[in-house]
Design a protein around this ligand. Structure first.
Ligand code: NAP
Length: 310
């Protein structure tokens, strides 16, 4: 049960005056549900909305002490701050720029925490500003366990005063929220980090695959790797999954890593960078997606790189 609120509270004061946050949270997928659980635990007053009605298990479980509404406009009309954890920029545009929604935007702050491209973020910020609202971004590194325990790495893009006003909220989600710069710059930093998730995991899967095919003991390979400058903690984090080919119970699904890899490639090409290396990784992810692994853990890219032998 939320310590400060047991029921829905209406929008009465602007974001800058809030010591706690009245929040409309749009998008209750893997990350949205984890954020909602954490924010409720920290005493924030939430009104929740998801396009597809949630399972009863959530409504009677960890989200039981908050208000879940059937329409996005109903959630937004209840709060000065709109936190979005939707899958991509198309979803954001569809929800935020609908005819009924734009009338509600004046005076409201939209905080997008999903991963989208810098250009998409800037264009959303312009559209919201034209409607009288304000768009800021705070993409996150970390997944559902980090969201549930307030250990996300938070990258904020938007004006400094807004960052300061939102700091109490952001500090409930991560230990050191960072003001990166203007809208689009935090989005760029997030894509840069996710490019590393895709590239490091693919590179590790490929090396592990050759070691296994040559009959080298995986423990010997890992022992040398761990002692070297080439080691990254994510290798051990994913090793058991790769060896067991267990890609169930995803925190971060493969389809979203493919989305981010495509977004990075597009942004990097526009910036004049050579992305041939990443295009190879993108093909691997597409291959895995076509094999039906879209909703599995992203480490399922191993299946495409190291196909199982009959
Ligand atoms: P998810 O489980 O796939 O949830 C996506 C959410 O977006 C769902 O609530 C879905 O609603 C909603 N949605 C999709 N299209 C929509 C549309 N056109 N209109 C309205 N709602 C729509 O994804 P997630 O893992 O929570 O990730 C959300 C975002 O955070 C993504 O950008 C992802 O890249 C990023 N992210 C994820 C992680 C992670 O570890 N999972 C970590 C960092 C960042 P329905 O239920 O109706 O489909």
């Amino acid at each position: 049960m939320s310590p400060k609120f047991t029921q829905f509270t209406t929008f009465t004061r602007p974001v800058s005056e809030l010591t706690y946050m009245q929040i409309a949270l749009l998008g209750l997928g893997l990350m949205g549900r984890a954020l909602a659980a954490r924010l409720l635990e920290r005493g924030h007053a939430l009104t929740l909305w998801n396009r597809t009605p949630l399972d009863d298990a959530y409504l009677t479980g960890e989200l039981a002490c908050t208000r879940v509404v059937a329409e996005a406009v109903e959630a937004v009309s209840a709060a000065p701050l709109v936190l979005c954890m939707l899958s991509d920029a198309n979803a954001l545009r569809e929800v935020l720029l609908s005819k009924r929604m734009v009338h509600l935007l004046p005076g409201r702050v939209v905080l997008n925490m999903a991963t989208i491209a810098p250009e998409e973020a800037r264009s959303l910020a312009e559209a919201l500003a034209r409607a009288g609202g304000e768009y800021v971004e705070c993409p996150v590194l970390g997944s559902t366990p980090e969201a549930r325990s307030g250990r996300l790495l938070l990258m904020f893009g938007g004006n400094r005063a807004r960052f300061d006003a939102l700091l109490p909220l952001l500090s409930d989600l991560g230990t050191a929220p960072r003001h990166v710069g203007e809208v689009g710059q935090a989005a760029a930093m997030k894509l840069a980090l996710n490019q590393l998730i895709a590239s490091l995991t693919s590179a590790f899967a490929l090396s592990l695959g050759l070691v296994q095919r040559e009959g080298v003991a995986v423990e010997d390979f890992m022992a040398v790797l761990r002692e070297s400058a080439l080691y990254a903690p994510t290798f051990d984090k994913k090793l058991d999954r790769l060896l067991a080919r267990d890609f169930e119970r995803p925190n971060f699904p493969l389809k979203h890593l493919l989305k981010d890899t495509r977004l990075f490639t597009r942004a990097a090409n526009a910036a004049g960078l050579d992305t041939h290396m990443l295009v190879g990784v993108q093909h691997v992810l597409e291959h895995a997606l076509h094999d039906g692994l879209a909703d599995k853990d992203y480490s399922a890219l191993y299946q495409a790189i190291v196909p199982p032998r009959d």
